[in-house]
Write a protein that binds this ligand. Structure first.
Ligand SMILES: CC(C)(COP(=O)(O)OP(=O)(O)OC[C@H]1O[C@@H](n2cnc3c(N)ncnc32)[C@H](O)[C@@H]1OP(=O)(O)O)[C@@H](O)C(=O)NCCC(=O)NCCS
Length: 166
């Protein structure tokens, strides 16, 4: 069973190792996560995903109002953003990413003020874009974040409430 728990400084060596894994690095080529800083930044919820108690991946939920890094620009009430990866290569493609996202999405929409979740895969990450679309995300716009050209997608509360894609 997949569960999510808050990431702590004790997780930093593992997070750094996952971050260096080639596919994860390719999905985020120009971001330096600086984990101590990341874990201490207000407006970021950093979560480790565990499979039956074994850490396998990471999810970050960004509050677009409170995020001090202002990655997404000015405050946007009602919006959260999600980033995800599975660090353990052999555990991809088995439904764990979907389970992680379903937990994260439900967590986001627990707050009735949240109406939209954003994600920002780089435009060349076709696998991740397919993954997000299977979860109901739809294309919003192409947007430049630093050196990265990203295909921003959104999932609204309304679409989420309609249930999974057929
Ligand atoms: C993207 C990632 C989190 C997906 O997790 P996963 O466990 O491999 O995906 P799942 O097995 O849960 O697949 C969920 C759905 O997405 C689809 N999907 C997943 N990976 C896919 C791929 N490479 N190509 C096509 N479809 C894919 C599956 O077919 C599945 O569809 P369904 O559940 O509707 O049948 C994982 O592959 C990963 O960590 N990739 C590297 C990092 C990354 O790119 N992160 C995104 C950054 S924006």
């Amino acid at each position: 069973m997949i569960t999510l728990r808050p990431a702590t400084p004790d997780d930093i060596p593992l997070l750094e190792a996952w971050d260096d894994e080639p596919v994860v690095a390719a999905s985020d080529p120009n971001d330096d996560w600086g984990w101590e800083q990341t874990l201490a930044t207000a407006g970021l919820e950093n979560l480790v995903a565990e499979l039956d108690g074994r850490p396998i991946g990471f999810i970050q939920i960004t509050d677009l109002v409170r995020d001090e890094s202002r990655y997404w620009g000015g405050p946007q009430p009602g919006f959260l953003a999600i980033d995800i990866w599975i660090g353990e290569l052999d555990l991809r493609g088995q439904g764990h990413g979907r389970a992680m996202m379903e937990l994260a999405i439900a967590r986001c929409f627990e707050d009735p003020a949240i109406h939209t979740i954003l994600i920002d895969p780089i435009t060349t990450n076709a696998d991740a874009i397919t993954f997000y679309r299977r979860l109901g995300f739809t294309f919003l716009e192409t947007r430049q974040f630093g050196d990265d050209l990203c295909a921003v997608h959104q999932l609204t509360r309304q679409i989420w409430q309609q249930g999974p894609n057929p």
